[in-house]
Design a protein around this ligand. Structure first.
Ligand code: NAD
Length: 267
């Protein structure tokens, strides 16, 4: 039985992960963590998640919960994610990281720490989106030149980072398939007399509105036709299910950094 600790337990994702873990064979909730000043600290995690009591108290620090678990599922913010990864790596525990918004330096730090631990790091843990990563790379490789690539993402008004980690990953896999450098061809905003679109650019546009869980549209716009691939998340349960699946998978792997493509066998 894999013993999982949920970090960010009182958050939107943490709550759904705790719900989704119920009844999944082979994994059990063994600990829960929140930031030290969160009102959920000291409460029963079942009650925090809207479930019957579980006899597990929400800890205010990962160090207090780590001995009870084999794997940490982390959906928080970039700084606590790195601090918690350091603690998990030192204790020899696996980690599933869904946190987005890490900057280039933080991703570098994460990669360094993951080399001596077992880590799944994925900006989007949904099965459908991970299939989308593969499909758009295949489409780009067939179309090659002559089709303008635009990515449009939409999320709820509370989301802090933009564009979404998923939109960035979509742009990265397409850029790679087209042999382009995303740092040079990524266009994240347009306003005013900007001139004609260049052939190589990959547009990544952001919408923030209401309670949209997450939508990603990839447009390959050619002359006389266009191809559009759309993924719509209806709620957070698909991400939560993916995170639980990743937690079950990572504990049996060799040390290293993995993504959801590895978990789902899409590579
Ligand atoms: P949220 O704000 O509802 O939850 C984050 C939780 O982390 C909060 O409860 C907060 O108190 C807690 N937290 C902060 N510091 C902490 C610490 N030091 N230790 C433990 N907990 C701490 O946000 P959310 O909507 O649940 O999203 C969390 C993250 O997951 C974001 O980065 C979001 O973009 C990302 N996300 C990823 C996926 C995916 O599939 N990878 C899906 C949805 C959201």
């Amino acid at each position: 039985m894999v013993r999982a600790i949920v970090s960010g337990a009182a958050g939107r994702m943490g709550g759904r992960i705790i719900h989704m873990m119920e009844g999944v064979p082979g994994i059990v909730l063994a600990g829960a963590v929140e930031r030290p000043d969160h009102p959920a600290v000291g409460q029963d995690v079942g009650e925090v998640a809207g479930l019957p009591k579980k006899g597990i108290t929400v800890a205010g620090s990962l160090a207090d919960a780590l001995p009870q678990g084999d794997v940490v599922i982390e959906f928080t913010h970039p700084e606590p994610t790195l601090a918690n990864l350091k603690a998990a790596a030192e204790a020899g525990k696996s980690m599933v990281i869904g946190t987005t918004g890490l900057n280039t330096q933080q991703v570098g730090e994460l990669k360094g720490l993951a080399a001596r631990s077992k880590v799944v790091f994925a900006p989007n843990m949904s099965v459908g989106v991970n299939l989308l990563f593969k499909v758009v790379a295949d489409i780009a490789a067939v179309l090659t030149e002559g089709y303008d690539v635009e990515i449009v993402e939409a999320h709820h008004r509370l989301k802090k980072d933009a564009p979404s980690g998923t939109a960035i990953k979509l742009a990265q896999v397409i850029a790679q398939a087209l042999n382009r450098d995303l740092d040079k061809v990524g266009v994240y905003a347009r306003h005013g007399m900007i001139g004609q679109r260049t052939a190589a650019e990959i547009g990544i546009q952001t919408v923030r509105a209401g309670d949209i869980t997450g939508e990603h549209t990839v447009i390959f716009g050619g002359i006389g036709e266009r191809l559009e691939v759309i993924h719509r998340a209806h709620n957070r349960d698909n991400f939560a299910k993916g995170a639980v699946r990743a937690a079950l998978w990572i504990v049996d792997q060799k040390p290293g950094l993995y993504d959801m493509q590895d978990v789902l066998g899409l590579k």
